[in-house]
Design a protein around this ligand. Structure first.
Ligand code: ACM
Length: 715
């Protein structure tokens, strides 16, 4: 092993104030993990290492731009969070030793060794790995380790052995429906690296945009993008920066459907005559390439060939989803082609198209990847399926002998809670696959579709929920405790922000814009309501806001709030504990419920009394505050009825039910209150107290689940 020492240049490193050293704590062995993803093996010692003097990096390995850049990233992140430069060459500071034998490939490859060990003791930090890639993963863990106690930042003393469960841990970014420029991609690469995601999948062409410069057919990006596309130089930057973070870049060109932006400049290759315009609406559209024309393959040979040379990864995504068949059915020549070539039906024609495209890509050494719909007996065995349509897709693909990654259940655009994504496992217990078939399940990808996000809001939709998916894909399958997940998502959000993510920006900007007042108590009240409402789930937003399209602003209440509202979730947890938890937890849960209800009443009152800026989201905020005030008052009545042993009369119950129904109705701001279920359950108990009093917590839970099912908030 070639060894050398590395110290970052002193000009950029200033040690933390020595006063911060005071009050360093001891940590108990039972300290829960704070990082995401949780390592495969972790044990804490009782001590901690003060960070007040920073750490002195010592690289014992061949040297690597990736390691140097990862150290600089660690330093920048800690500096922002810890309040000073953190990696210092000053004498007497503890060390940060990085030992590795060799550098991995400069462009990461699927299945590389990412394992590492990390130990912190009183004298310093040791990270060991076979290659620099493992060192990167260890540094990502280290980044999240500092803890603030009293006035000091310290590292807990610990030992970690860690390696990933799945080799493919991705984030798909749709840069086509809403354009996402270079800086969005770059800052999200940093966030991906922090939670050890290792595949950036760029969805580059869609009905609404062709987002990459083509040198062989510039008409594609010139006519298909409104001028919003990555230059090839920018793509090289993305690939380089991704590789420096141990991240592969997989391009997707969605064909033959979702291809309107292609046929804007090539109407002759569509399956029905044009002309065509860039699509502005959201949905599934008719335009589809004509797979019976040689000219189609000639264009693809040029453009995909050019893109194969640009993107080094062996996988090349050809989309393949959601061809609605309208154009193929309506074109008699295409139907005659299907008959002449005995292709049977449209899926047979799609398979024929995929075979041709796969052969074309194979000439450039590429393997095909595509959505569920490309699965067909004629698909080459090495083609990789990205399963999105249902829970059986992974099994079907693996049983047919294809490698597969899971995205069904990881659709972060649908605004589901982090816990839902977290519990969604690519290889759940009892999956019925043989060991060979299980080995084909490579991992998964979160999918950030961009109908309802733009560069300002996309970070707040991706993070922190995608960190829960990152843990599912990296950590052992036994890590499934959602109670421990949420505090860690809060912690990692602070590290994301320190690393440059803008995940809290939409909400904080909205606090300023919507307050109409600089008074801190008004701003706090607005923040409270914003942290209580959340966007509606699934594909319902398009129904609530049919005016939404590519050209419409994303300036409604749903755009500035998090997909999962913290205060609503905490209220649900407290109500659950109060109604169905052990008796010992009841007092604390009751206090939490009372506190939250009082805060909601006060906050909504303050919002409604504060000046109202003439903004759509403010009008929506006022409406939410009015409903919240009523809901909080109802919550207080129900709690006091239960505590006081008084049963509400029929009129009171009917009024409560009417309010809950009204509050659950889809509204034009496309937001909802996800704690209505808790009020419904409080109402169920308050109106029939004797049915619940003598029951065990478990029996109470079963009865409540019967009366008010857990998904009753999800229409
Ligand atoms: C997809 O969501 N249409 C892949």
């Amino acid at each position: 092993m070639k060894q050398r020492s590395f110290s970052p240049s002193s000009s950029s490193f200033i040690s933390l104030c020595a006063a911060l050293l005071l009050g360093a704590p001891s940590l108990a062995n039972a300290t829960p993990a704070t990082m995401i993803p949780v390592p495969s093996s972790l044990s804490y010692a009782a001590d901690s290492l003060p960070l007040g003097h920073g750490l002195v990096p010592q690289v014992e390995g061949p040297g690597s731009a990736r390691v140097q850049q990862a150290l600089a990233r660690l330093d920048a992140t800690w500096s922002r969070r810890l309040g000073g430069k953190s990696l210092t060459p000053g004498a007497g500071a503890p060390y940060l030793k990085l030992h590795y034998a060799s550098n991995g490939p400069a462009i990461p490859v699927l299945g590389e060794d990412e394992s590492y060990s990390l130990s912190v003791d009183a004298s310093g930090v040791d990270i060991r790995a076979a290659t620099d890639l493992g060192i990167l993963r260890g540094l990502a863990t280290l980044t999240q380790l500092p803890r603030a106690t009293d006035q000091a930042w310290t590292l807990p003393c610990l030992r970690i052995q860690d390696s990933p469960r799945f080799a493919w841990r991705g984030l798909m970014l749709d840069v086509a429906r809403h354009w996402m420029p270079l800086e969005v991609v770059l800052r999200n690469l940093d966030a991906m690296a922090l939670v050890k995601l290792n595949v950036l999948h760029l969805h580059l062409s869609e009905d609404q945009g062709f987002r990459i410069e083509s040198l062989t057919h510039p008409e594609l990006h010139i006519q298909g993008s409104d001028g919003h596309y990555f230059t090839q130089e920018q793509i090289r930057t993305i690939i380089r920066e991704a590789a420096l973070r141990g991240i592969r870049v997989v391009p997707e060109f969605d064909i033959p459907g979702h291809a309107t932006s292609w046929v804007v400049s090539h109407p002759e290759l569509a399956s029905l005559p044009g002309p065509y315009k860039i699509e502005r609406e959201w949905g599934i559209f008719d335009p589809v390439l004509d797979p019976t024309k040689e000219a189609t393959y000639a264009l693809l040979a040029d453009v995909l060939g050019e893109m194969c040379a640009l993107f080094p990864d062996p996988y090349f995504h050809i989309g393949g989803d959601e061809n609605n068949g309208v154009q193929w059915n309506a074109n008699p020549d295409i139907q005659a082609f299907i008959r002449e070539h005995q292709l049977v039906d449209n899926p047979g024609l799609h398979a024929h198209f995929n075979q041709r495209v796969a052969a074309l890509l194979a000439k450039h050494g590429k393997k095909v990847m595509g959505w569920d719909e490309i699965l067909h007996p004629k698909l080459p065995a090495q083609a990789l399926i990205q399963s999105w349509r249902g829970p059986d897709g992974v099994r079907e693909a693996a049983k047919a002998g294809h490698p597969v990654v899971l995205s069904n259940g990881y659709y972060i655009d649908l605004c589901y809670p982090a816990s839902d994504h977290y519990l969604n496992d690519p290889l759940p217990e009892g999956n019925g696959l043989t060991p060979e078939q299980q080995a084909l399940v490579l991992g998964g990808e979160a999918t950030m579709w961009a109908e309802w996000v733009n560069p300002d809001t996309v970070d707040s939709r991706i993070w922190p929920r995608t960190a829960a998916i990152a843990e599912r894909l990296w950590s052992p399958p036994t890590a499934r405790d959602t109670a421990s997940l949420y505090p860690r998502l809060d912690t990692v959000s602070d590290w994301f922000e320190a690393g440059g993510s803008l995940l809290r920006l939409p909400l904080e900007r909205a606090v300023t814009e919507l307050s109409g007042s600089a008074l801190p108590e008004v701003r706090e009240a607005v923040r409270c309501v914003l942290n209580t409402v959340e966007p509606i789930k699934r594909y319902r937003r398009g129904q609530a806001q049919p005016e939404g399209n590519q050209l419409a602003p994303l300036n409604t209440l749903a755009d500035c709030v998090f997909p999962e509202a913290r205060l609503a979730r905490q209220f649900r947890e407290a109500a659950d504990s109060y109604l169905c938890g052990p008796d010992s937890d009841k007092g604390a849960a009751l206090a939490a419920l009372r506190g939250q209800l009082a805060q909601w009443r006060q906050a909504s009152d303050l919002v409604l009394r504060s000046p109202s800026p003439a903004l759509r989201a403010r009008w929506e905020l006022d409406r939410a505050a009015r409903t919240l005030a009523e809901l909080a008052a109802l919550g207080q009545e129900l709690l006091e009825a239960i505590e006081g042993g008084t049963t509400p009369g029929t009129a009171q119950v009917d009024k409560a039910k009417a309010l809950l129904e009204r509050a659950a109705k889809t509204n034009s701001s496309a937001t909802e209150f996800r704690f209505l279920i808790s009020l419904r359950r409080l109402l169920a108990v308050a109106s029939a107290p004797t049915q619940f009093t003598s029951l065990s917590p478990e029996a109470r839970r079963r009865l409540l689940e019967q009366r008010v099912p857990h998904d009753s908030d999800l229409p």
